[in-house]
Design a protein. Structure first.
Length: 266
């Protein structure tokens, strides 16, 4: 670590926020209760989606797994309903996403129904009902230490960024600032406001983010705007690929420095 990186790291450690009583003792309890109730109440929806998935998307698993960084950078398996087919080209490679997405899959995504399996992530303790969204490893490997501050808290099914700016509409810089604002002080009333506002955001829909620079992966944005070199891009994408290997991921957290947790309740 060079001198500049040490200075940044020291500033991050010094910015540790004071934990609220809600965050220390009640948030995790509410996560367990609410996710368990939601799973029970929505079980008919889970079953309906499974049946429709088999009809409109076809073979393969209904739920797929991705690896995402969570609290303190620990990588976990996130669950989502699969919205694309497994169609491949003549050489056995998966076709581009645009050729595999189905109408049913688009509906799942538009209504955020593809996110419902993450209720089990909340129940397990990987996630919270409310928190910064868990980003893809291909995004997070490009984060600087300031952006990594958000991993002092558990990622959430919904979050302040989504209800503040709509789904995928804010720029990357705005997202980092909003996620840090949430992580700096977690309160019951803010979480309640976010939960109540989330349905309105879902049904309102979203733009594609092209005007704000958030379209696609964060690394692509950095490369496109000249903030990193092609070599740096390739090195970080290689790191993301290595972290996505099951044996490597499950044995160690991200090899990036994460500030000490402020959400360590069981």
């Amino acid at each position: 670590m060079d001198k500049q990186e040490k200075q940044v790291s020291n500033r991050i450690v010094s910015k540790q926020p004071r934990r609220t009583l809600y965050q220390l003792f009640f948030k995790r309890f509410l996560d367990i209760v609410l996710s368990l109730l939601a799973i029970i109440i929505l079980s008919p929806i889970f079953l309906l989606i499974w049946v429709l998935h088999k009809i409109f998307i076809g073979g393969g698993r209904t739920v797929f797994i991705q690896y995402r960084p969570g609290l303190n950078g620990k990588i976990f398996k996130i669950y989502k309903f699969r919205s694309m087919t497994n169609k491949k080209d003549a050489e056995g490679n998966l076709l581009p996403d645009i050729d595999r997405i189905t109408t049913f899959g688009k509906i799942l995504r538009k209504l955020s129904l593809d996110e419902l399996p993450q209720l089990f992530n909340i129940l397990k303790g990987d996630m919270s009902v409310v928190g910064p969204r868990p980003r893809m490893l291909k995004d997070v490997v490009f984060y600087d230490q300031a952006a990594l501050l958000t991993y002092r808290v558990r990622p959430g099914l919904t979050g302040l960024d989504q209800v503040s700016n709509g789904r995928e509409e804010s720029s990357w810089e705005d997202t980092f600032a909003i996620d840090e604002k949430y992580a700096s002080k977690v309160t019951f009333w803010r979480d309640l406001w976010i939960v109540l506002k989330t349905p309105f955001v879902i049904f309102k829909g979203s733009k594609n983010g092209a005007e704000t620079g958030k379209k696609g992966l964060y690394g692509n944005y950095l490369l496109r705007t000249g903030k990193i070199t092609k070599l740096q891009y390739q090195e970080r994408m290689q790191l993301a690929e290595e972290l996505s290997k099951p044996n490597a991921v499950l044995k160690q957290p991200l090899e990036i420095e994460i500030p000490q947790s402020v959400d360590s309740a069981a």
